[in-house]
Design a protein around this ligand. Structure first.
Ligand code: NAD
Length: 281
């Protein structure tokens, strides 16, 4: 989608981090913007901030893990703006721990937000874009959708699912000869609120502190540090996203250094050898 001026963007996880930066970048590009997020106060705060630049912004509190809420978000965006052109299925969370330690609640929470959230977004919005034969969908995965760092199996599983879903969406749109495009965003560490995502964990999916081993606590501290020290900002990532949308480019790999680890994984697959630890390469 080459021309963004006047077009409409719908962004989940829009209250903070990458989603908020995407909303800002879309407004700067002359777009109209709808943000959705589960967190009411930050959503209102971001809406106020964005409205300092433009009145063409709305915010709708939405839990992306709930199909009906995502459908309501999609309908509200179309009811307000008339059309939708760019859809960023971006909301995400990140519980850690060795795979056997992740609780059922961990799995249900992360798959609900990171995988079902994207599925609901694709199901709610794609028919609208197909109908107008115009638009672009950007699903936020992660480099963890292309490699498998230890200690974060649930996150890796969820992000590999997003890559798989989006790659298949690309083929399905091509089979329809649709002008609707799609991309998958695979960043490495970026300073955002992702390491504190437990703030949004629903009451019925809470862990008990005893379920976290010392190893998991150490990984949580490492994640906090790694996210804080990310070299690219959320704004940088948002610019990568808009460029990919304009260029109709599928892969958005914002951190090229990680390509060595991706290549190593593919080589391990092709050579049928034991997977190397991507963090040790
Ligand atoms: N920051 C990184 O290092 C990094 C790297 C790779 C991928 N990502 C991905 O980027 C996306 C955005 O995360 P971020 O880094 O901006 O973190 P963030 O915590 O700053 O933003 C995530 C947003 O999603 C919202 N959210 C959480 N659960 C939700 C739900 N059920 N329904 C609706 N909204 C919900 C949060 O309230 C928050 O505003 C995520 O999918 C994350 O996995 C982040």
């Amino acid at each position: 989608m080459k021309h963004l001026q006047g077009k409409v963007a719908a962004i989940t996880g829009g209250a903070s981090g990458l989603g908020r930066a995407m909303a800002q970048a879309c407004l700067q590009a002359g777009m109209r913007v709808a943000i959705a997020d589960i967190e009411a106060a930050p959503l209102q705060h971001t809406l106020n901030e964005l409205r300092e630049h433009s009145n063409d912004v709305i915010a709708i509190q939405t839990d992306v893990a709930q199909a009906t809420q995502v459908a309501q978000f999609a309908h509200a965006v179309r009811a307000h703006f008339g059309r939708v052109h760019l859809v960023c299925n971006n909301a995400g969370v990140s519980p850690l721990g060795p795979v056997w330690e992740n609780t059922l609640a961990d799995w249900q929470w992360i798959l609900g937000v990171n995988v079902w959230g994207v599925i609901h977004g694709v199901r709610a919005f794609t028919p609208m874009l197909l109908e107008q034969n115009e638009g672009h969908i950007v699903n936020t995965a992660s480099v963890a959708g292309l490699i498998n760092p230890p200690g974060m199996g649930a996150y890796n599983v969820s992000k590999h699912a997003v890559v798989s879903l989006t790659e298949t969406l690309f083929h399905d749109l091509a089979a329809r000869q649709s002008k609707v495009g799609c991309s998958v965003l695979c960043p490495a560490y970026v300073p955002t609120g992702i390491a504190n995502s437990a703030r949004n964990r629903p009451a019925d999916l809470q862990p008990t502190p005893a379920e976290h081993s010392a190893e998991t606590k150490a990984r949580e501290a490492m994640l906090q540090k790694a996210v804080r020290s990310g070299k690219l900002s959320a704004d940088d990532i948002a610019q990568h996203v808009l460029k990919a949308v304009r260029d109709n480019r599928f892969w958005i790999l914002t951190h090229p250094k990680i390509k060595g680890a991706i290549a190593a994984r593919l080589e391990d697959v092709m050579q049928e050898q034991a997977p190397r630890n991507p963090l040790a390469l």
